[in-house]
Write a protein of this length. Structure first.
Length: 472
């Protein structure tokens, strides 16, 4: 008996041709959403709890709306345009750059404007083919080190946000941070955080799908119960006290859409700092995307005979457009999510799964009150977990080759120790160039790296350079 002809939808997404079914695609779409839905909580916490240069913060409900909206739209566009089971949302690590590197030096609209500019530049790099040139310029060891350093930085932020580690008030000694608020752990919120960390790592060790989201939900429930029983003051939890909202559903607040200034940062910081900030954004977005796209395509069995991703140029262009959309909506740069692997594990092989994932993000637009009831102590364990996942890339660094290992080490440790992703990248680049030069291997260094290292030298030495120019 002949097989029934494939439907137009099947032919468009090549569902049958890739060995999948509509049922697998739907299951895969649900799995991907539930493994990355934590971003609806974490992105507002990272961006909404940080003040810009002028003391302003972003509104929580508006951030939830912006995060869900851009994730929904760009995930669907990737599904239709790229036909890959590859979902997109605000990038962890990228939002840390925006919150802790950009915002302290300018206003929030200016910071989001730089994200917009970064996305445009990535699109230009894709269209002109320069993306591959930059990819080849930076050695793999430094690419992995950047991810590892960001992981440690994010984990550190998690410990600080939860109050597990704090700055020692007025201390001038040799120890800048301490355990808890007084050298020991005190209070119910810290206990909730510790429970959350143990729950998260236990779920990860058991390889439970959606481990991070499950941990956030369960820890939030525990926090709500503890808050009711202990009758704690709202300030005990920091900015967000865990209490059940009066309304579980609310009208989306689109107030942040369009609240960005593409050129405002040009008047806020110096030219060298501006170039380096944009460079840091591009670098953080650039290589994480390439690794994610190749990894997901490989896991789905979609690479061709040469190991290439189908329609790679189109996929990368959509990913760049996601950064543009993230900046325009003040949701931070959006990028491809490695959590899409959960959907692939459920059988997703095409972009149809993205229609499901994107549709669920669209539904999430109306549930902002649920996201806003999550205290930092329930969300911070996820930051620690993400730090671990990024840290795992350290295994790809050849620690026997000191010309690679030393720059990688400096990249990794300088980020959390100076609370700056830019500083870590700069330290690694300069060390790499210098070590290669003293070993007589200067020709192995791409000219783009020489240029970047020179910029970072100016960046680190800007104060004495300014004094020299001013005759001081």
């Amino acid at each position: 008996m002949p097989e029934p002809p494939a439907s137009p939808l099947d032919r468009f997404f090549r569902i049958t041709a890739r060995g999948s079914t509509f049922g697998r695609e739907v299951r895969g779409g649900f799995a991907t959403f539930f493994t990355m839905a934590y971003i609806l909580v974490l992105n507002p916490i990272i961006l909404g709890t940080t003040e810009d240069k002028y003391g302003n913060t972003l509104d929580g409900p508006e951030l939830v709306t912006a995060t869900a909206l851009v994730a929904a739209v760009m995930t669907i566009i990737m599904g239709v345009g790229g036909n890959l089971p590859l979902a997109l949302a605000a990038g962890l690590g990228l939002n840390a750059v925006v919150a802790f590197q950009l915002a302290p030096q300018m206003s929030w609209p200016d910071a989001m404007g730089l994200v917009f500019v970064e996305g445009v530049l990535i699109c230009v790099l894709v269209v002109t083919g320069l993306r591959e040139a930059v990819m080849h310029a930076i050695p793999p060891a430094l690419k992995h080190a950047i991810s590892v350093g960001i992981g440690l930085f994010i984990a550190f932020i998690g410990f600080i946000d939860a109050g597990f580690a704090t700055r020692i008030p007025g201390d001038t000694g040799s120890v800048p941070v301490q355990l808890g608020a007084a050298g020991r752990l005190e209070g119910w919120p810290i206990l909730v955080f510790c429970i959350g960390v143990l729950l998260t790592v236990a779920l990860l060790a058991r390889k439970v799908r959606g481990a991070i989201l499950i941990s956030i939900v369960v820890t939030t429930v525990i926090a709500v119960i503890v808050n009711e029983i202990a009758d704690l003051a709202p300030t005990a939890w920091g900015l967000t006290a865990p209490s059940v909202p009066d309304d579980l559903v609310a009208t989306p607040d689109f107030g942040l859409l369009g609240a960005f200034s593409p050129f405002g940062a040009f008047s806020e910081v110096g030219a060298v700092t501006l170039v380096l900030l944009i460079f840091t954004l591009i670098l953080s977005d650039f290589f994480d995307t390439m690794g994610t796209v190749v990894g997901i395509s490989s896991e789905a069995g979609l690479l061709d005979e040469q190991g290439k991703v189908p329609h790679l140029g189109r996929v990368l262009l959509i990913d760049g457009a996601a950064a543009v959309a993230g900046g325009a909506a003040s949701a931070s740069s959006n990028t491809s999510y490695i959590e899409s692997a959960a959907g692939v594990g459920e059988g997703a092989r095409t972009g149809f799964a993205n229609l499901v994932t994107g549709g669920l993000f669209a539904l999430a637009l109306f549930f902002a009150p649920l996201a806003l009831m999550v205290p930092a102590q329930a969300a911070a364990p996820a930051l620690v977990a993400v730090g671990f996942l990024l840290m795992a890339q350290v295994r790809h660094i050849d620690w026997e080759r000191w010309d690679l290992a030393i720059p990688a080490f400096l990249t990794i440790v300088v980020m959390p120790f100076t609370y700056s992703i830019t500083n870590g990248i700069g330290a690694g680049f300069i060390a790499y160039v210098v070590i290669k030069a003293v070993l007589g291997k200067a020709r192995e260094v791409h000219w783009l790296l020489w240029g970047a290292a020179a910029l970072f030298l100016v960046y680190f030495g800007i104060d004495p350079i300014e004094q020299l120019l001013n005759g001081e």
